[in-house]
Design a protein around this ligand. Structure first.
Ligand code: WQD
Length: 321
């Protein structure tokens, strides 16, 4: 089986690539290396440096013949999407339209898409299932929702079968330490904590401790990247076997607070990890937790590596290197 992994040099893409290679798939990574890195490429796979805004090159690449594609190439900073929406329109929406058109014109009809829990916005109830209303509160989430709508139309009109995977908070690293590329200037909680532990940053700012949660700090559903990767594989197999498109949440179903992660990181790293409570960050909901029931039922998928110890220790293996 030949799989094209667009955005395969990035944080999540490299873990997806690793797993497909481990399972014997023939993979080609297509990436412009704007946020992905060469360090995340594997010698067993092919690499094509290219941009999703370059339609002729996408078409030429897809003409090599693939059984499916995984699309993870996107800008993903929710805060930036509110101040620079133009970039998000072009990269996320126009880029995906190019990929969709090149795919259907190259007879590729299997499409695994990285969507996000950001499509839901502020929750009406917890845990959030796939029937929860979609009211994104940032432009990034809006772009993901628009792409889901495009996918649905291409299914109806062109027979494209897709899996739209709504990731909750991706975290952790390959437990065998085979993926070493670190994100540049991370803003997400766990890499920030790791940078403080490694002495690259002075302290963690805890964005609020007065939320109505177990300890007052924000609660999120952290899902290990290797669990995300295995869901991509199972989603591909599902589409192959059933010929049906699906939209599913990918989360562990467990909420972890900022303090729980911080305390675990202090204990695993043995570092003090200074932290200061600051005001809330604008737009941060108190709690986001997924219902992972649909993925469990349809894909027989469950999170195996998403306990707090594995999330932190697999990250520390990379950051302490
Ligand atoms: C987690 C918790 C913060 C940093 C973002 C995107 C979302 C999705 C996942 C892609 C919150 C707290 C964080 C810090 C802190 N991306 N925090 N100090 O905001 O839940 O989700 O990544 O699809 O679209 O918005 O993730 O890691 O930034 O925050 O206290 O320095 O950690 O307030 O409670 P978030 P995060």
């Amino acid at each position: 089986m030949k799989i094209l992994i667009i955005g395969g040099a990035g944080y999540i893409g490299s873990h997806v690539s690793r797993l497909f290679l481990d399972q014997g798939y023939d993979i080609t990574v297509y990436d412009n290396l704007s946020s992905g890195c060469r360090e995340n490429l594997f010698k067993e796979g092919e690499f094509i440096e290219g941009d999703i805004l370059d339609y002729p090159f996408l078409l030429e690449t897809m003409g090599k013949g693939f059984d499916a594609l995984v699309h993870l190439a996107a800008l993903k900073a929710a805060g930036e999407s509110m101040t620079a929406p133009e970039k998000y329109s072009v990269n996320n929406i126009c880029g995906t339209i190019n990929i969709l058109n090149a795919a259907v014109n190259s007879d590729i009809r299997r499409f695994i898409f990285s969507s996000s829990a950001a499509v839901y916005g502020e929750p009406d109830y917890l845990p959030i299932d796939e029937n929860h209303p979609t009211r994104p509160e940032n432009y990034y989430g809006f772009t993901k929702l628009e792409i889901e709508r495009l996918l649905s139309w291409y299914d109806t009109l062109k027979g494209l079968k897709y899996a739209s995977l709504r990731y909750f908070n991706a975290a952790g690293y390959d437990v065998d330490g085979r993926i070493r590329g670190m994100e540049r200037n991370p803003a997400n909680l766990l890499p920030v904590i790791m940078e403080v532990a490694a002495g690259k940053r002075e302290k963690l700012k805890v964005f609020g401790n007065d939320f109505p949660t177990k300890d007052g700090t924000g609660v999120r559903d952290y899902i290990h990247v290797t669990d995300l990767a295995s869901a991509h594989m199972k989603a591909f197999e599902y589409i192959q076997n059933t010929g049906e498109s699906i939209t599913v949440n990918l989360g562990s179903g467990e909420g972890l607070s900022v303090m729980e992660i911080l305390e675990t990181a202090r204990s695993i790293t043995g570092k003090p990890i200074p932290a200061e409570i600051t005001g809330r960050r604008s737009g941060d909901p108190a709690e986001l937790v997924a219902s992972a029931q649909k993925a469990r039922e349809l894909l027989s998928w469950t999170a195996e590596f998403s306990d707090v110890e594995t999330l932190v220790s697999s990250s520390w293996k990379i950051y302490s290197y």
